[in-house]
Design a protein. Structure first.
Lengths: 110, 110
């Protein structure tokens, strides 16, 4: 079957660093995505990894290891506005369908 | 720059009623999707389309229908509303990598 696992909830302190992990088991792999979703809003795109390694984009970085079926999203210099859910999604086939994890709710404390 | 526009934003339906959720995009994307998101859960794919005139079922298509007569529009039809269809519905479009989401429709069936 197809499965994506993420922690349900994480708490971190403003100004700190947090790492959100995602593991996946899918039949095929054609890229991994991270999206941010604030409560009551639509998901917005953060990052895309298709090759192994680290992709950095400002305060956010995303890492992929295809052999381990593993990715993480690293958020640095946390701000209160980073309080949101972070969704991991895998594109497993060629028809551009995405398989979504349930999301990790990140709570930032002052 | 509208992106993906969904209407309505909120709707309350009685059991057995029908309705159409509208979705339109102005980015000339070929790929369009309908998802539902239940509280604390990831996105579940209802239907998707790879171009005008072509649609296919996702993970949870029962109780829904779609059409794609133009590149821009991808309406979702609920024929006989049931309480199990109470959810937040998101339309999205894509042309390869990043998916762009509409603001969502919060539907309650009572």
């Amino acid at each position: 079957g197809q499965n994506i696992d993420q922690p349900t909830e994480m708490t971190a302190t403003e100004g700190a660093i947090v790492q959100i992990n995602c593991t996946y088991q899918t039949s095929g792999f054609n890229g991994l995505f991270w999206y941010q979703q604030h409560a009551g809003e639509a998901p917005t795109f953060l990052s895309y990894n298709v090759l192994d390694g680290l992709e950095e984009k400002g305060r956010f970085s995303s890492f992929l290891s295809r052999s381990k079926g593993y990715s993480y999203l690293l958020l640095k210099e946390l701000q209160m506005k980073d309080s949101a859910s972070y969704l991991c999604a895998v594109r497993a086939g060629s028809n551009y369908q995405l398989i979504w994890g349930a999301g990790t709710k990140l709570i930032i404390k002052p | 720059n509208a992106g993906v526009t969904q209407t309505p934003k909120f709707r309350i339906l009685k059991i057995g009623q029908s309705m159409t959720l509208q979705c339109t995009q102005d980015m000339n994307h070929n790929y369009m999707y309908w998802y539902r998101q239940d509280p604390g859960m990831g996105l579940k794919l209802i239907y998707y389309s790879v171009g005008a005139g072509i649609t296919d079922k996702g993970e949870v298509p029962n109780g829904y229908n779609v059409s794609r007569s133009t590149t821009e529009d991808f309406p979702l039809r609920l024929e006989l509303a049931a309480p199990s269809q109470t959810s937040v519905y998101f339309c999205a479009s894509s042309e390869g990598t990043e998916a762009f989401f509409g603001q969502g429709t919060r539907l309650t069936v009572v």
